[in-house]
Write a protein that binds this ligand. Structure first.
Ligand code: NAD
Length: 300
């Protein structure tokens, strides 16, 4: 299949490489020419605009940072709405606000273009392996059409519901992961302060009710899990800025539905604060670094 691929950044590039490996042809576009150079070096054809990439593809995939970028790429001047041929299927794999997915889908439908929201979980490592979890919102028959392409990038593909539902599932997941990482970071700071060896505490928690995915795979204390971002200077992984964005999106979605949320806004603020203090581009487990104890002179 010939695929128009827009957004060849951290995640987009390895996803595109896996599509090429499966024999698909790619026409790529990114507003950053350095990002596009890498896609070209990997074997993609270079397009001069989003509309041109969309026009060339039998299918269009986008992997962009935030809601505003997705809106601009689909509905803006020189965008997908202008370029894609009637009846084409478009798939947005970015993590954005579900309301934006629904608005974009409605505008595309006016021109008989189809849309799936298909955000991913798994970060860079699993994007490289092609083993992402992909959660999909949209028509079941559109997902069946997209499945062979999606399966080049992900090993678990779940149909969640109508357009926007994939994004809702992604925000729910990251709300849990974001809040859990804060709890793990606080717990290990507390344990250490009382002289409990982090490896021993890890062993206790791994066999108790506090066991969590973020501790097992993304342990925030350096040296415990050699594969975790903390063991390589907190190089992301999944960066603090993205976690701040995703938990913030969950808060906004909850507000729209008038759901009282308590932990999510606190978590979003903490990640924003860590970002303001220079942890934004580091892995979100660097929150453990941010939560250093105050000096011994500080009153308790
Ligand atoms: P990134 O910033 O590395 O890459 C995004 C690319 O999109 C950049 O190269 C940028 O130049 C390009 N871009 C932005 N606006 C554009 C436009 N209008 N037209 C064309 N290109 C445009 O971001 P990323 O880490 O690849 O993340 C992409 C999405 O995936 C985000 O929504 C993120 O939340 C989500 N995500 C990321 C991870 C991760 O670990 N990085 C994991 C899961 C999900």
């Amino acid at each position: 299949m010939k695929i128009g691929f827009i957004g060849t950044g951290t995640m987009g590039l390895p996803m595109l490489k896996n599509l090429l490996k499966r024999g698909h042809r790619i026409v790529a576009y990114d507003i950053l020419s350095a990002a596009l150079d890498e896609a070209e070096a990997a074997g993609a054809e270079r397009a001069g605009s989003t509309a041109a990439a969309a026009a060339a593809g039998d299918l269009v995939i986008t992997m962009l940072p935030s809601s505003g970028n997705v809106e601009a790429a689909y509905l803006g001047t020189g965008g997908i709405l202008e370029g894609a041929k009637e009846g084409r299927l478009t798939i947005d794999m970015s993590t954005i606000d579900p309301g934006t997915s629904q608005r974009v889908a409605a505008r595309l439908a006016e021109r008989h273009l189809r849309f799936l929201d298909a955000p991913v979980s798994g970060a860079l490592g699993r994007a490289i392996e092609g083993t992402l979890t992909i959660m999909v919102g949209g028509e079941a028959r559109d997902l069946e059409e997209a499945r062979p392409v999606l399966s080049a990038m992900g090993s678990t593909i779940i149909h969640v519901g109508a357009v926007g539902a994939g994004e809702v599932a992604k925000l729910c997941n990251n709300l849990i992961a974001g809040a859990a990482m804060i709890a793990v970071a606080e717990a290990f700071r507390l344990g250490e302060a009382f002289g409990v060896e982090p490896r021993v505490l890890t062993d206790v928690i791994a066999h108790s009710s506090g066991a969590t995915w973020v501790m097992e795979y993304g342990h925030p204390v350096p040296g415990i899990n050699p594969d975790a971002a903390s063991s390589r200077g907190y190089a992301a992984g999944f960066m603090t800025d993205l976690m701040a964005k995703d938990v913030g999106l969950a808060v906004a979605a909850a507000r729209e539905k008038r759901i009282p949320v308590f932990l999510a806004p606190a978590a979003a603020q903490l990640y924003r604060l860590a970002s303001a203090y220079g942890f934004g581009r580091k892995d979100f487990s660097s929150l453990y670094e941010f939560l250093k104890p105050a000096s011994r002179e500080a009153p308790v």
